[in-house]
Design a protein. Structure first.
Length: 250
């Protein structure tokens, strides 16, 4: 576990959780059993975590418990599907890169089985293209690793309130269109490559421009779309493109 991961997993609530998050690399799984276990607590809702990394699972479980959620933890998508029965007021966190079933396949299986549970995908920048595919098949949000605890808690709250927030989400999607369409053609090209998970060096080589020029365009894209970070840029771009596609098909 990198020092960035340890410092980014920070709690906005209590010293106990802050210590848990900062000590990710020191934690060991306490109970694995069949691949999942249930933690009962007085809860604001239920969060199901699907991640093959034991340290990440344990840290997120402790954080969410501390913040009043009931938590179920699964080591992979297959074990999650074997155990899952839809309840109420729940959402699922899925790591996009895991052995076996991918996040895209897991979401498609959930939807084909008639489950409309809100899904949040968690990914490193290198797996951004998979995260985008996950959102296209039904994920409601995307969080970039290393995970910031405040962002994670906010995303979970949005997911659990997804029905009440539907109108607000529609407004956000409509507002995303002008943010993306104001980009120049070159910025649109670079945005496509950013969303495909390409680093600045590769983008520069593909477009035949300097890396410094790519960095300048990238800064302009972030500014024009009002995106504070990569995750926000992904949400804005995807919402704009999906909304325009739906409008053209109507």
């Amino acid at each position: 576990m990198t020092s960035n991961t340890k410092s980014s997993m920070r709690s906005a609530r209590s010293p106990r959780v802050a210590a848990t998050c900062s000590a990710l690399s020191l934690r060991q799984p306490t109970r694995e059993g069949s691949g999942c276990f249930r933690v009962i607590t007085s809860c604001l809702g239920t969060v199901l975590i699907v991640d093959d990394n034991s340290a990440i699972r344990e840290a997120m479980r402790d954080l969410l418990q501390e913040n009043g959620y009931q938590v179920e933890v699964f080591t992979d998508g297959s074990r999650f599907l074997e155990s899952y029965h839809q309840g109420s007021n729940e959402c699922v966190l899925i790591d996009v890169v895991m052995p076996g079933m991918s996040s895209v396949e897991l979401i498609e299986r959930l939807r084909s089985n008639g489950y409309d549970i809100p899904v949040i995908v968690i990914s490193r920048n290198a797996a951004a293209s998979i995260a985008l595919q996950s959102m296209k098949v039904g994920a409601v949000d995307f969080i970039e690793k290393p995970v910031c605890c405040a962002d994670l808690l906010a995303s979970i709250q949005r997911a659990l309130n997804h029905t009440e927030d539907y109108a607000r989400t529609s407004v956000f999607r409509k507002a995303a269109i002008p943010k993306v369409t104001r980009l120049t053609s070159r910025e649109q090209q670079i945005l496509d490559l950013i969303l495909a998970g390409q680093p600045n060096k590769n983008i520069a080589a593909e477009l035949g421009i300097s890396q410094r020029t790519v960095e300048a365009h990238r800064a302009a894209i972030m500014n024009k779309t009002g995106s504070e970070n990569f995750s926000a840029l992904v949400r804005t771009a995807l919402c704009a493109r999906c909304t325009r596609k739906i409008g053209s098909e109507a």
